[in-house]
Every structure is written in C-alpha cells, then in structure tokens.
Design a binder for this molecule. Structure first.
Ligand SMILES: Nc1nc2c(ncn2[C@@H]2O[C@H](COP(=O)(O)OP(=O)(O)O)[C@@H](O)[C@H]2O)c(=O)[nH]1
Ligand SMILES: [Mg+2]
Length: 326
C-alpha cells in the first residue's frame, strides 16, 4: 500500500489503518522508518486534537479515571484515543494491555481507540514513537487524545512535552504530607485531581484537595494560566463524580490559552523540542552503527592504551561526524 492510500484511510477514520500506522511508526526497521516519515508528512497539516497528559502512581485510579472520563466524552459525541507512555512496559510486559481489559467498556465504545504502550526499553524511544502515534490519532480526527503515564519522575516531563494540558491524579493522603509529589511535577500540572473522593475516603480527599490548593498558590504564577489555575479538585472515577467539573475546567483553560496565543506558542515550542530531540537521538544512534561504530571502538582502544587522551579522541570523533561538530 502506498503512502497516499494509507493517509486517505487514516483521514477517513479507518481504525485498522490507524493501528497499522502506529505499528509502522513503532518499528525500528529502516524501510519502515522511511514509510513512517512519508506518512507523517502526508498527513500534515491536519486537524488538531486536544492532547491531555495524565500521570499518577500505580493504584491511584488512572485506568478507572480514563474509562469513566472517556465514556463521558464519547457520550457527548467526542472521539477519544488513549495512548500510553509506559517506561516499565518491557519489564511488566506492557501494563496497559492488562488495563485494556480493565477499560472494557471504553474499549467496546466505537468512538474510542485504546492503544497499548510500545515495548521499547528506552523512555526516550517510547516517547518519540508515542508523539508520532499522537499525530496519527490527530490526523484520524480524534477530538481528545489521552496520554497516560505511570508517575516515575522522568516520564511526566516527557508526557508534558507531548500534551496541551497535564493532569496529575493523586489519591487522598493519610496524613498532612503532600505525598512526596516533587515540586517539578506539581509545577507542570494544570489540574490536580484528587481521586477516590467517595465513601470513607471523601473527607481525606477533601483535605488533600485543600492542601494542594494551598501548595499551588505558593508556586510561581505561569504566563499560560488564567486566574484560578492551576487548581486542585476532588473526583471519584468510581462513582463518576467531579468529572464534569474537570472537563469544564479543561475547556476553560483551553479557550483561554487559545485566545491568548499560548496554545500555538506551546505547540510550536514542542515541535522545536522534538526536532532537537530527534537530532540528538539520531546522532547517538549513528555512533553505534557503521561506519562510526568501528571508529568509536578504535579510538576507545587508543584511549585505553594511553595513546590518546580522552578529550583528544573525542575531538577526533566529533570532527569525523562533521567538522563543525567538534
Ligand atoms: N474508592 C475508589 N476507588 C477507586 C477509584 N478509582 C479507582 N479506584 C480503585 O483503585 C484501584 C486501582 O485503580 P486503577 O484504575 O487500576 O489504578 P491505576 O493503577 O492508576 O491505573 C482499583 O481497585 C480501583 O477500583 C475511585 O474513584 N474511588
Ligand atoms: Mg492502570
């Protein structure tokens, strides 16, 4: 099948074609890579989805939230795609696969598309391919793309670079501590959702919301926020409570950011970021492929023998990569 056929099927919303295209962008084979680049280029410019990043530690209720939130959106007639950046997927064998059965109702919904995390060992690799999967979902006309990640520190930063909006899902705290959420992660959040605000946990959830609301006020004001944001609110994914409020807040933020030009500026800065990241990763990959791999090995040997200093050998290598690089 050629690029134009693939692109047309994806634009028409053919789910099989979309799934196959995501497999294509995840492939490391050079011929697949070339086809993937052609396809991504053929699909631009296209419609934009609202890309929502969602992070939280295991057990906080991400899958339950995505199912409830996704069903709320599809019930409104919106098309929702769910992707995952899961740095542990190689170890766990792809946890969202298990989640797909957990998100059973959403996966049966014709307006929803759920894609398990690609199995790659490197967070950087997973993230780059996920970014391309997001682009494919946008081209396929999804209104909302939810990008889930397990909170392990680094992956939130990556997901934030993929998203228009970043949601942090937390559980009610037992004591008065802020659950060890790192300041850097709090600073990325647009909405902090304290989940499990139901039953016995409700009072603790409301206290936690108040704690985080206070903590958010102490953070430096960000230019991309209207008054009152970022904010914390209680939700219950299980009881389907607070989700409408969360969606309203999201829409308020989006409308404001679009009107103020932040939306376009952020997307432009993200595009630049991913361009630079691709180049960095490409250079790194080139070092472990012919012809550079052998030169690296040879120079390394010389450094070991003391025939060259590390810095002199590095200068030689960089000069080989391109006279300006050194
Ligand atoms: N009480 C309560 N339990 C919840 C809620 N959301 C999720 N859970 C439960 O928390 C556990 C972990 O949920 P899951 O969605 O798998 O969390 P994930 O690991 O973040 O994807 C499950 O037993 C859920 O039933 C909620 O809103 N209220
Ligand atoms: Mg889960």
């Amino acid at each position: 099948m050629d690029t134009e056929d693939r692109a047309r099927l994806i634009r028409d919303g053919d789910r099989r074609a979309l799934a196959r295209a995501i497999t294509l962008v995840e492939s490391a084979r050079p011929d697949h890579r070339a086809q993937a680049l052609d396809l991504l280029a053929a699909l631009r410019p296209g419609p934009q989805a609202l890309r929502i990043g969602l992070s939280g530690t295991p057990g906080v209720g991400k899958s339950t939230f995505i199912e409830a939130f996704g069903l709320m959106l599809t019930a409104q007639g919106l098309k929702v795609a769910v992707l995952a950046v899961d740095p542990s997927s190689t170890r766990s064998g792809g946890s969202i696969l298990g989640d797909k059965t957990r998100m059973e109702r959403l996966s049966r919904e014709p307006r929803a598309f759920i894609r398990p995390s690609p199995s790659q060992s490197q967070l950087g690799g997973v993230a780059r391919r996920t970014r391309e999967a997001v682009a494919l979902c946008e081209a396929a006309g999804f209104d909302v793309v939810l990008i889930e990640t397990v909170g392990v520190g680094q992956s939130e930063t990556v997901v934030a670079e993929l998203s228009d909006l970043f949601l942090l899902l937390l559980a009610p705290a037992g004591g008065d501590e802020l659950q060890g959420v790192k300041r850097g992660i709090m600073e990325m959040a647009d909405l902090i959702l304290v989940n499990k605000a139901d039953g016995d946990l409700k009072p603790a959830a409301l206290r936690t919301v108040a704690d985080y609301a206070g903590a958010l006020q102490l953070l430096r004001r960000r230019p991309q926020d209207p008054a009152g944001f970022p904010r914390a609110l209680p939700v219950s994914a299980l009881a389907d409570e607070g989700l409408t409020q969360a969606w309203e807040d999201i829409q308020t933020l989006v409308a404001w950011r679009k009107a103020q030009g932040h939306w376009d500026r952020t997307r432009a800065a993200q595009a630049r970021h991913w361009f630079e990241e691709e180049v960095r990763q490409g250079l790194l990959a080139a070092l472990s492929r012919p012809p550079h791999k052998a030169v690296m090995a040879d120079l390394g040997d010389q450094v070991e023998r003391g025939a060259l200093t590390p810095e002199a050998a590095a200068a030689l290598m960089l000069h080989r990569l391109g006279p300006a690089a050194g």
